[in-house]
Write a protein that binds this ligand. Structure first.
Ligand code: DGT
Ligand code: CA
Ligand code: ZN
Length: 577
């Protein structure tokens, strides 16, 4: 274990002890030790090696022993034993604002409960109001805390939900009686994360469909089953809902459960204005009678004088108005992508050689590859010194020569934007690259003002072609660094610098909402897999979904251009045109 991992383990021990009611001295000792380890500037492994861990402030013999085990073995039986003694639900409670270990323990002991659901129920039943040391006010604070926790937890990244949805569809489609089937909900709208998987099937015979669904080996638990609906929790985490309807109702049900809720509300009010009632079963005249017949979703939109709206656009962000004017964009699709521009190789932190990455691109039908390894400041990622860059360029020349023009590798770089906004190599060296992606990888803690001017300064450098992952966010893990993204995107558009849609499913950065605004102001983008292996190239698909959500056309995506056009654009930028 490294320093941070050891610190995390120590503070976990402190928390677990506190939840068990251990004396405050003992628990605080672990908290302090965690802080000391986290902020120490000596090499922890070296201290362990020299048996000097107990020379650290506040760390005695017993603690030093545990730290030594953690560093050496990466595990500590004492911690593992503690974990088995504390219900995991109590650790969840700790993430509710206002609940520390002491209060958690008090509730647990007084009410004999230990899960999030039990705590919620206890609050609804006013059990905390009447509990010593609590009261109406603290009870009222806990319920919204639980809500927020639920909202953030229990969301899943695209690869999980998309793969699970495909497998479930493959199971139900062949069932006798099934006419058509689709995934709906946020998975169909390609939002960056999803709470669950919604599947809609058309069949007159629901039972066998639900059987096939519930019998899937993906299923951990069946949580509900009615005449036409089945709910399950999957082993991989998300839950999945299946709804089986007749073929006539199917388009309406699919539209309803595709959402978004906001889009549905806008659609219903448009229907109402036309004297119609739109719901999950039909489009029904308000003065009674049968639903207007609609064979598919396009027919429903058509009945309301709207062009078909792609699922990705159904967010009530102007799509109804555009569909009514006939001015919806023709969205970029997977098949428009001609090549990929931001990929790593073994020269920095990738796991495949340039030749292998190029081969993987060819197998996927692409005609070019931008190799953009890390620059020297990114030493943790094997960033390249200028000498290494020159060596790499020789290799690329050789590979391109062998490829004989059937495929082209561009000499790119993912250059670090240094703290002051300068690039990681001098300008005369930057001129050697065909393609430059500039990214922030350090100092995420600058103020919004400083971070913004840092990036704006980099955008002023004529060698920067593409701004990489503009907010540094990691979905479900790390917030964006503070930055005036709107200003950055506007500046990029003005300077004809593209902003990437980083297609890694944990990033999906630039956010699609800001992409949409940028594109209206002339922004160009590139859908970049940021691949560190051949399999990583397939992430382009997730980036395409996000670009579509941002109303993006193929014309606006650098890597949906043929090589020649891309090279002309890059050359023109270099010449200051
Ligand atoms: P999520 O949270 O990633 O699962 O997002 P969705 O959009 O898949 O939300 P979900 O699964 O709760 O519901 C699926 C769709 O059903 C939703 O997009 C719109 C529709 N829907 C659900 N509840 C309501 C509602 O109260 N009103 C309306 N108009 N539509 C709803
Ligand atoms: Ca859903
Ligand atoms: Zn990067």
């Amino acid at each position: 274990m490294n320093r941070n991992e050891v610190a995390a383990a120590l503070s976990e021990i402190g928390t677990l002890l506190e939840l068990q009611g251990e004396n405050p001295f003992k628990t605080r000792a672990y908290g302090n030790a965690a802080r000391v380890i986290k902020s120490m500037d000596q090499d922890l492994a070296e201290l362990v090696e020299n048996r000097q861990v107990d020379s650290l402030k506040g760390i005695g013999k017993a603690l030093a022993e545990k730290i030594t085990l953690l560093v050496r073995d990466g595990r500590l039986p004492y911690l593992e034993e503690l974990r088995t003694r504390v219900p995991t639900g109590l650790l969840e409670w700790l993430r509710i604002p206002g609940l520390g270990p002491k209060k958690v323990r008090a509730i647990h002991l007084a009410l004999g409960i230990s899960t999030l659901g039990e705590l919620e129920y206890a609050c609804q039943e006013n059990r905390l109001r009447d509990l010593d040391g609590f009261g109406q006010a603290s009870q009222d604070k806990i319920l919204p805390g639980i809500d927020r926790l639920r909202k953030n937890a229990g969301r899943f990244l695209q690869p999980v939900v998309q793969a699970e949805a495909e497998r479930l569809l493959a199971l139900v489609r062949p069932v006798p009686g099934v006419i058509r089937a689709t995934v709906a909900g946020s998975v169909r709208r390609k939002t960056e994360t999803s709470k669950d998987i919604d599947i809609v099937v058309a069949s007159a015979d629901p039972e066998p469909v639900m059987d096939a669904f519930a019998d899937s080996d993906q299923v951990e638990e069946i949580t509900g089953r009615g005449p036409t609906k089945c709910s399950v929790v999957l082993k991989s985490g998300p839950s999945a809902d299946l709804r089986v309807v007749g073929d006539t109702a199917y388009p309406f049900t699919v539209m309803y459960f595709t959402g978004s809720k906001e889009h549905n509300i806008a659609m219903r009010s448009r229907a109402r204005a036309a004297g119609l009632k739109l719901n999950e079963y039909g489009l029904i005249p308000e003065d009674g009678g049968a639903s207007l017949p609609c064979a598919d979703e396009a027919a429903i939109y058509g009945s309301l004088d709207l062009a078909y709206i792609e699922p990705e656009l159904r967010e009530d962000l102007g799509e109804l108005a555009a569909a009514s004017r006939g001015s919806l964009p023709e969205l970029v699709s997977d098949s428009d992508i001609c090549g990929v521009l931001h990929c790593h190789s073994t020269w920095s932190d990738g796991s495949a050689s340039i030749a292998d990455m190029a081969q993987a691109c060819r197998e996927r039908g692409y005609s070019y590859l931008g190799i953009c390894d890390h620059s020297q400041a990114a030493s943790y990622a094997g960033g390249l010194s200028p000498e290494q860059v020159l060596e790499q360029h020789k290799e690329i020349d050789r590979l391109n020569h062998d490829l004989g023009g059937s495929f082209t590798i561009l000499k790119g770089i993912e250059v670090d934007i240094l703290t002051d906004g300068a690039l990681d190599y001098p300008d005369e060296f930057m001129a050697r690259f065909d393609l430059v992606v500039a990214s922030v990888h350090s100092r995420f803690n600058l103020s919004e003002e400083d971070q913004t001017s840092r990036i704006l300064k980099a955008l002023d450098n004529r060698y920067v072609d593409i701004l990489g992952h503009p907010t540094g966010r990691l979905l479900l893990a790390r917030d964006p660094y503070p930055v005036d993204l709107r200003a950055v995107v506007r500046a990029a558009a003005e300077r004809h610098v593209a902003v990437e849609v980083n297609a890694h499913p944990s990033r999906l950065d630039l956010d699609w909402r800001e992409l949409a605004i940028g594109l209206r102001n002339g922004l160009l983008t590139a859908i970049n897999p940021d691949a560190h292996s051949p399999a990583g190239i397939d992430h382009v698909h997730h980036g395409v979904g996000i670009a579509r959500k941002g109303w993006c056309t193929a014309e606006q995506v650098l890597n949906a251009w043929p090589l020649r056009r891309l090279q002309d654009w890059l050359k023109a930028r270099r010449n200051g045109a």
